[in-house]
Design a protein. Structure first.
Ligand SMILES: CC(C)(COP(=O)(O)OP(=O)(O)OC[C@H]1O[C@@H](n2cnc3c(N)ncnc32)[C@H](O)[C@@H]1OP(=O)(O)O)[C@@H](O)C(=O)NCCC(=O)NCCS
Length: 203
């Protein structure tokens, strides 16, 4: 490897350019996503903690960062849902309401109204992907959010995340705009003239 290539590699480790798309879904409009009836979506609670830690250790590549995120979510009282298949966790997702601040809201310039939520951290274990479970998870969560009185759901997706963008397109989310940011050591982000502590696993 030439010196120039080595320098470029080091620089790309320190500074990463991120392109995220902010999406919005009108929850009153039913999505075309189907439910197999096999998946169960239940509120996340401390009783899930042990199984979630084991799930992350088994299924996540960036285990330490994902465990930190889990800790952050419980500590900040973010609302979570787990996807259960035959009683075992195969995925999860988090959200915040207007009552709870989240660093990504600043990053994407979202100010939530009382009937809006911002969701993040959607994850389906690799072994269960491309079988429609994420779509089913979104459809079941949408029903729960509507029953709770919410009308609009925001989330962000990296423009490079093709499966996720397809998923949200089918779900009926509309693309609101692109945010380009620069992330230093993957955790400190510079966007729109501001510095923010930001964990990219929170997408
Ligand atoms: C994104 C993710 C949740 C999708 O889960 P999934 O259960 O595989 O999704 P589904 O099976 O419901 O499929 C959703 C769409 O993605 C497409 N898809 C699934 N895997 C794909 C792949 N490897 N490449 C391209 N498209 C893919 C499906 O075809 C489907 O699109 P379609 O309805 O047009 O056919 C999952 O890949 C994941 O957890 N990834 C890691 C974390 C992540 O990226 N989270 C999203 C952050 S915004």
């Amino acid at each position: 490897m030439s010196l120039k290539e080595k320098l470029r590699e080091i620089l790309s480790f320190v500074v990463r350019k991120r392109e995220d798309m902010l999406l919005c879904k009108d929850l009153t409009v039913v999505s075309g996503l189907k439910s197999s009836g096999r998946l169960e979506v239940v509120p996340m609670h401390v009783g899930h903690l042990k199984e979630l830690v084991e799930f992350i250790q088994e299924h996540h590549r960036e285990t330490a960062r994902s465990l930190r995120m889990l800790d952050d979510c419980f500590r900040n009282r973010y609302e979570g849902r787990v996807a259960l298949l035959n009683g075992s966790i195969i995925g999860y997702r988090w959200w915040v309401t207007s009552a709870i601040p989240h660093p990504q809201l600043k990053l994407y310039g979202v100010s939530l109204l009382d009937d809006e939520v911002y969701a993040f951290g959607l994850y389906i274990a690799r072994a269960f992907r491309a079988q429609g479970y994420a779509g089913e998870f979104l459809a079941l969560t949408q029903k729960q959010l509507v029953d709770m009185g919410f009308k609009r759901l925001y989330n962000a997706v990296a423009t490079s995340n093709v499966p996720s963008r397809r998923l949200y397109q089918t779900f009926g989310s509309k693309e609101l705009g692109l945010r380009v940011s620069r992330s230093f050591f993957s955790t400190i982000t510079f966007c729109d003239g501001r510095w923010l502590r930001y964990n990219p696993v929170w997408m």
